[in-house]
Design a protein around this ligand. Structure first.
Ligand SMILES: [Zn+2]
Length: 561
């Protein structure tokens, strides 16, 4: 009898699955795509239907449908298994796996708790009234599985132990706390919002205090602690419900609070996600970026959460993501408050249109700061200082020099500061370690997003050369190719290249054999060399000292496009 894994593999071929996540193009017997796991403009990610596997020449990501889903969705193996089983209609038998996952018990406790909270909601008038007042429909409450827990020390604990869950399992799920004598519930007298992972499994909760109990002393929102299944910096609230829409519209919108995201979805904006209990992190962005490179940040720029996300924006820019800011200024309510949160805006008159409008008017983060500085109407010296402090750190992280040049020109036009002065200052900006050049860790998988692209191209070129050097068909002119490489990368780098260890060359040769078709090899090689040249010119451009030098290089780059 075949295992669940085998059954799933029989029903789902790798091209169909990966094709539902990323855009695949035909490349001979194989398919290729831009790698979802590292930053690249030309495809080096190959899928082989024959071998049921994928491989990326840029970052080395490889595996089958299960590893792909794990890495792409930020899931563990069983999360991926559950998702693919649902997709293929394969029933998973409990204990049918060679290695039982220890997390399985925790997931089961959390699911039982979620059902308990849901079943309690009808029992609280106050909770229902609150949700109604915030404008949530019955359907929304159901879809988001919102529940309630009474103000009782052991309601949940007793419910779960009666269902044969052990103290240790309940504690590991973060649902109870311990005092000297006994256990008691962590969440008491709260409206409960489950937090789910991208496979839709409950991993934790946020509990909101009832309005009448809000004395200003007790925390308004209480989150589950981090557990084996809940990692705040990786879980994106609503990701399971938003990911398809993010793919469809090719951008995501990030809001700050649970209520905000729920109201957005209810109003039909389904590509909205939220962070939960933490500021936006690089890990969150890494996950979003796999689906779409474009994000709109829709939260109050005056609030702490915005400033706390600065690191994440910097990373986003260095990854080549497009970051925009949408501002909500719907002004004052009858009670004098200004609507600044998406939930308030959506509930106000013509709320949907206003929200749409705000997204439409969202500004690139650099423009956003530029406008902010200009509205302050400072003198020239102060404006210059503000540009230096608030804008250049972002600009320095943009990888593309053409894009950089665009922004320098724009800042110069708007502020009157000379382009040269901006370029000079830009060179002085120290890119903080930990932002660029850092590897972003997502769980077990190390995202080698910031691997130097030129090195990966060189590796591919070398692989092809060593493969065909031993080939008798003389498909490419090896000597000629060597000269071309030397010209592009320079004498010095070429010497270093010649010292590449044998093992790396063998690997690269093997990869080339596996993935390239011989008859198309000259075309592939030409393209690679062109890309290599672009990378090297780009590097020179970033070190160019005069505008003339820069213009010359930009022209050269444009020719290669
Ligand atoms: Zn890759």
């Amino acid at each position: 009898m075949s295992t669940s894994v085998e059954k799933i593999k029989e029903r789902l071929n790798i091209v169909d699955l990966l094709g539902s996540y990323i855009k695949l193009e035909k490349a001979g017997k194989n398919m290729k795509a831009r790698c979802p796991f590292h930053n690249e403009k030309t495809p080096s990610f190959f899928v082989s239907p024959e071998r049921d596997s994928y491989y990326c020449f840029g970052c080395g990501a490889k595996g089958d449908i299960f590893t792909f889903v794990q890495e792409f969705e930020g899931l563990d193996f069983f999360g991926a298994l559950k998702m693919l089983a649902e997709r293929t209609g394969v029933t998973l038998e409990r204990g049918s796996f060679e290695k039982r996952d220890d997390k399985e018990a925790i997931f089961n406790v959390l699911e039982a708790a979620c059902q308990f909270f849901e079943s309690n909601l009808p029992k609280s008038n106050s909770a229902q009234k609150y949700l109604q007042k915030r404008g949530l429909s019955e359907k929304t409450i159901k879809d988001w599985r919102i529940g309630f827990v009474a103000d009782d020390w052991r309601a949940l604990y007793e419910y779960l132990t009666a269902r044969k869950f052990s103290d240790s399992e309940i504690e590991q799920a973060g649902l109870i706390k311990r005092n000297k004598r006994s256990f008691y519930d962590r969440f008491r007298g709260r409206i409960m919002f489950p937090i789910r992972d991208s496979a839709g499994r409950v991993v934790g909760f946020t509990g909101r205090i009832l309005p009448e109990a809000d004395d200003g002393k007790t925390a308004k929102y209480l989150n589950s602690p981090e557990t084996a299944v809940f990692n705040k910096s990786r879980i994106i609230y609503g990701f399971d419900l938003a990911k398809l829409a993010i793919k469809k519209f090719d951008y995501s919108v990030i809001v700050e609070g649970q209520m905000d995201i729920i109201m957005c979805h209810q109003a039909g904006f389904q590509n909205v996600v939220a962070t939960s209990g933490t500021a936006l992190t690089p890990e969150h962005l890494t996950l979003l970026r796999r689906i779409s490179n474009r994000v709109i940040m829709a939260f109050d720029a005056d609030k702490a959460g915005f400033a706390a996300a600065t690191k994440a924006w910097q990373l986003a820019l260095s990854l080549g993501m497009e970051v925009k800011i949408a501002e909500f200024k719907d002004g004052p309510n009858p009670d004098g408050r200004v609507n600044k949160d998406p939930a308030d805006v959506i509930l106000s008159e013509n709320g949907k249109e206003k929200f749409k409008e705000a997204l439409k008017n969202s500004m690139h983060i650099i423009d956003f700061y530029l406008v902010k500085i200009l509205t302050e109407k400072l003198d020239e010296r102060k404006t210059g200082k503000e540009v230096q402090e608030k804008i250049l750190p972002f600009l320095a992280l943009i990888d593309s020099n053409i894009e950089k040049a665009h922004w320098v020109k724009r800042i110069s036009e708007k502020t009157g500061i000379g382009e040269n002065a901006i370029w000079e200052d830009l060179k002085k900006v120290k890119v903080e370690a930990g932002v660029a050049g850092a590897e972003v860790k997502t769980g077990e998988f190390k995202d080698k997003i910031l691997i130097e692209r030129k090195d990966s191209i060189l590796r591919r070129v070398s692989g092809i050369m060593y493969w065909l050097e031993r080939d008798r068909d003389n498909l490419i002119n090896i000597e000629e190719t060597k000269l071309q490489i030397k010209e592009i990368i320079g004498e010095e780098n070429y010497e270093i290249l010649l010292q590449t260890p044998e093992q790396i060359l063998n690997e690269a040769t093997f990869e080339a054999e596996q993935y390239y078709e011989k008859k198309r090899i000259q075309g592939v090689l030409d393209e690679l060399l062109r890309e290599l040249e672009k990378e090297y010119i780009g590097k020179k451009l970033s070190q160019a000292k005069t505008p003339e030098e820069q213009n010359l290089l930009i022209k050269k780059l444009a020719k290669l496009k």
